[in-house]
Design a protein around this ligand. Structure first.
Ligand code: FAD
Length: 592
């Protein structure tokens, strides 16, 4: 019986990428991948974002391979429309870049990627058995015996570390549910259906020259295009010569049609005016679906030298394409586990499990109850800025710096985790509340036509990360982002101008952690403003005033309370109340 350091059960994208990473880090590792299929097929995991892109080109040494074999991706792009108006391609509001992203990303054709990686991995000494269906597991702390069937013969191999990389089919063996029970995540009610098509129309040719010029004549085709609607989004991802992946992800509390039915899936695509144009002459190649996407196991790693990976551990939501990013980070986490000596293993496992759990909780807030707001350009232009900028500022920066290599850094992230989570939840709840407000007032689509936003996917910090960026800058940048977000949310909700220095100065992390898009928060803010104004008046006029402010004062040039004060004081208050702070982040947004 052959023995290994690691055996991966299942040879999908997570096993292929993570095993390659570990082998490149430590060529002495003996690794076996057992994959039941002989031939690879199309699968989700097609669109990659910053971390996964870096992982592919830097950690997996696949830069040339990716450029020569997969399409370079032109960022994430979102289109909005208004069903009440005649559909005109050029009039759809759009969020998306007009240059290729600074951090390279790719549209991965899983069918060829998985097959190529099998060969490339074998070349560096990873053993891969295809057509090998795992049939039995004998778990013995650090010498697990794996039984698999290939060509009607039964084989056994032993391993110290057993990695469950079975994807969605991860509960074939009872032992996994015993050591780490799995449950559906009921706070995310999303489902999905998807398929690949040939002969899809070229999106770049659907609009006129002015529309093409808007994106600097770059290729919208190469973007991961999202068609946004109430309760759903549709992805359109080109994955090779004349093959395009289409998928619908929907909140099944909002979308009542049974899109798990292939016919209704196609009808839904055809009923969307933009998709209809794209697939008018197309032929569908395959169909896949999942009636409930989100689930989670209780533990990522277990002391008996077992770890889960990617979809065998959990799944949240495919919006923003986080799947391969998560795999990239888990590769680093797994490295800590397998390098840990027996004495430290329990502590390392505890740290890794806490980190993975925290990361998942934070990611979840990005999606929970957010699907209602997907119909609104106005809302999403704020949300996508916050989501993607904080992702770049935190995740891409940290990954670029290889911070995940440092277990102490991971521990510090866990220590700061509850504050991060609280702040993220506060902001994300603001988006949910704004979506409800816009919907109730039937104004959610008021900017769905004729807007073009460059605010996502083109941040100055991306260039700075490549050159010279540090943790202190990242914190200041994050605070600036939070300030912009809070002010914009309040502005849309209350229609007052919150872009004032005196307001921005009050917004520190602790106040933002308690942000709510309602009068209670505004009153809290007013109390702080009262204190600041009183202090300013005392120092300027040596007068102690019982200043009073009302929410309506936000709409005035000078708050009502000061209307009966001296001209000089009114002038002073006017300047104080109306001064703007230059927010460097806001100023870095490209103007069009
Ligand atoms: C709707 C949807 C859209 C998504 N979009 C994206 C995206 O755009 N970008 C992104 O990065 N991620 C995306 N993801 C996530 C992505 O699909 C996953 O991250 C990725 O597929 C997980 O890889 P895996 O290795 O865990 O599973 P898989 O790739 O499914 O691999 C599991 C493997 O195990 C094998 N297997 C099963 N049983 C056995 C057995 N008994 N013996 C041996 N082998 C076995 C299977 O044949 C399979 O090859 C999406 C997911 C969904 C559901």
């Amino acid at each position: 019986m052959k023995s290994f350091d690691l055996i991966f059960l299942g040879g999908g994208i997570s096993a292929l990428m993570v095993s390659r990473y570990l082998k490149l880090q430590n060529p002495n590792l003996k690794i076996l991948i057992l994959e039941k299929k002989i031939i690879t097929n199309y699968n989700p995991g097609e669109s990659t974002v910053g971390v996964a892109g870096l992982f592919l080109i830097r950690d997996l040494q696949l830069s040339t391979y990716c450029y020569l074999n997969h399409l370079p991706k032109n960022g994430l792009r979102y289109f909005f429309h208004d069903e009440q108006q005649n559909f005109v391609v050029e009039e759809c509001s759009e969020i998306g870049s007009n240059i290729l992203p600074i951090f390279p990303t790719f549209q991965i054709d899983r069918k060829s990627f998985d097959a190529d990686l099998q060969i490339l991995n074998q070349k560096i000494g990873i053993e891969i058995e295809l057509g090998a269906k795992v049939t039995d597991l004998n778990i013995n702390d650090d010498k697990h015996i794996i039984t698999y069937k290939k060509d009607n013969k039964v084989y056994k191999s032993s391993t110290k570390w057993l990695i469950n990389s079975l994807g969605r089919a991860n509960n074939q063996f009872k032992i996994f549910d015993e050591i780490s029970p799995k449950s559906l995540n009921q706070s995310l009610k999303t489902a999905s259906s998807w398929g690949r098509f040939t002969n899809v129309s070229d999106i770049d040719l659907l609009g006129d020259k002015k529309w093409q010029k808007k994106v600097g004549f770059t290729s919208r085709y190469l973007s991961t295009n999202h068609f946004m609607g109430e309760g759903y989004w549709i992805w359109v991802i080109p994955i090779g010569k004349d093959i395009v992946s289409f998928g619908i992800v929907y909140d099944y509390k909002i979308i009542k049609e049974d899109l798990q039915d292939p016919k209704l899936f196609l009808n839904f695509l055809k009923s969307h005016p933009f998709c209809k144009l794209l697939i008018q002459d197309a032929q569908q190649i395959d169909f896949q679906c999942s009636p409930h996407l989100a689930y989670k196991r209780t533990q990522f790693a277990h002391k008996s030298h077992i770890s889960f990976l990617a979809e065998s551990y959990a799944f949240v939501d495919p919006f923003y394409s986080p799947g391969s990013d998560i795999i990239a980070r888990q590769a680093y986490l797994l490295e800590h586990l397998i390098n840990s000596n027996q004495k430290d293993l329990s502590n390392t496992i505890e740290t890794i499990n806490k980190y993975v759990d925290l990361e998942l909780s934070i990611i979840q807030t990005l999606y929970q109850n957010q699907y209602l707001g997907f119909a609104s350009f106005e809302l999403f232009n704020i949300k996508s800025l916050w989501d993607f900028h904080s992702y770049t500022n935190r995740m891409v920066f940290n990954f670029y710096q290889e911070k995940f290599k440092d277990l102490n850094w991971i521990k510090r992230e866990i220590d700061a985790g509850q504050s991060t989570l609280k702040l993220t939840k506060a902001i994300q709840t603001g988006f949910v509340d704004l979506a409800l407000y816009l919907k109730e007032n039937k104004i959610e689509k008021r900017y769905n036509l004729n807007q073009y936003s460059l605010r996502q996917n083109r941040f100055k910090i991306e260039e700075e990360i490549l050159l010279n960026y540090n943790d202190d800058q990242a914190i200041i940048e994050h605070l600036n982002l939070c300030k912009i977000t809070v002010c914009e949310l309040l502005q849309v909700r209350y229609q007052y101008n919150f872009d004032k220095k005196i307001i921005q100065d009050q917004l520190n992390f602790s106040l933002i952690q308690n942000f709510q898009l309602n009068n209670t928060f505004l009153e809290k803010l007013l109390k702080k403003l009262v204190k600041t104004m009183s202090r300013n008046i005392l120092s300027k006029f040596q007068q102690k005033l019982e200043v009073e402010l009302q929410i309506e004062d936000f709409s005035l040039k000078v708050p009502q309370y000061f209307k009966n004060q001296s001209k000089e004081m009114q002038q002073f208050i006017y300047t104080l109340w109306n001064a703007k702070t230059p927010n460097p982040l806001q100023e870095s947004f490209p103007k069009l």
